[in-house]
Design a protein around this ligand. Structure first.
Ligand SMILES: Cc1cc2nc3c(=O)[nH]c(=O)nc-3n(C[C@H](O)[C@H](O)[C@H](O)COP(=O)(O)O)c2cc1C
Length: 222
């Protein structure tokens, strides 16, 4: 077992109760403005913005601090084209054959179909991989713990960080996503988790008229 040094906690902001209430309200207003968009502007977004957001995602908590994620930020048009072709092939199968009637009914209000032009239009596709284990320099497998939970938290922080920079996102999950391992040359033990499409929304974009549950519908205080 490895023993870790402990260091003083630095940078902790000791807020008053009033400050906490203000922060909670301000953040809630800010995060409520996040919406998934499916039509993006092709306006370029500086690489540093994306890298900082990925670093924010990489600061997430993870089971035993294994950090079981790998992020590939794609801006190369040729690679984006390959991803679009791979995704549309899977999505055609999904909409025509694989999806149950119940699933198609649930998707109907969103107006989605097998065409994914945003995979080429948006300036960035951030492909998230979840890794079951890592390889030590000696070639031994080191197991990761709570992988889906950890990668979910990290991806949520990525989406929040991107929103905070004024970027819109789309969580895209063509199924299955194995084609992403081939295109992006990732090892088989890394499972494609999702594609986060990021950029500015296209001018005049519309979003589905959906609502979120109220506090009492999805939470309680005991
Ligand atoms: C795990 C997950 C997978 C999703 N996959 C897709 C997808 O493949 N295509 C798509 O258009 N939207 C996808 N979405 C977006 C959801 O449809 C969207 O978040 C939901 O309708 C709520 O809308 P909002 O994000 O604007 O609040 C996905 C969202 C999540 C969390």
């Amino acid at each position: 077992m490895t023993a870790y040094d402990h260091i003083p906690l630095e940078g902790f902001e000791n807020l008053s109760s009033d400050e906490m209430q203000n922060h909670s309200k301000t953040f809630l207003e800010h995060i409520k403005r996040r919406r998934t968009v499916r039509d993006f502007s092709d306006e370029a977004i500086h690489e540093d913005v994306i890298k900082n957001c990925i670093l924010a995602a990489g600061s997430a908590p993870s089971g035993a601090n294994m950090q079981p994620w790998h992020y590939v930020a794609v801006q190369n048009p040729a690679v984006k084209k390959q991803i679009r072709e791979g995704a549309e092939a899977e999505e055609r199968e999904f909409y025509q054959r694989r999806a149950s009637e119940e699933w198609l009914d649930a998707l109907a209000p969103l107006g989605t179909d097998a065409n994914k032009p945003f995979l080429e239009t948006a300036p960035w596709l951030i492909v998230v991989f979840a890794s079951k284990h890592t390889m030590t320099p000696e070639g031994e497998k080191k197991k990761h713990y709570y992988v889906p939970e950890s990668v979910g938290i990290s991806t949520g922080m990525l989406i929040t960080a991107l929103h905070n920079c004024g970027l819109a996102t789309l969580t895209h999950t063509p199924s299955p996503m194995k084609f992403l391992n081939e295109i992006l040359d990732r090892p088989v033990h890394e499972k494609p988790y999702m594609i986060i499409v990021a950029g500015k929304p296209a001018e005049g974009v519309t979003v589905p008229n959906i609502t979120k549950k109220s506090f009492d519908e999805f939470a309680e205080v005991v």
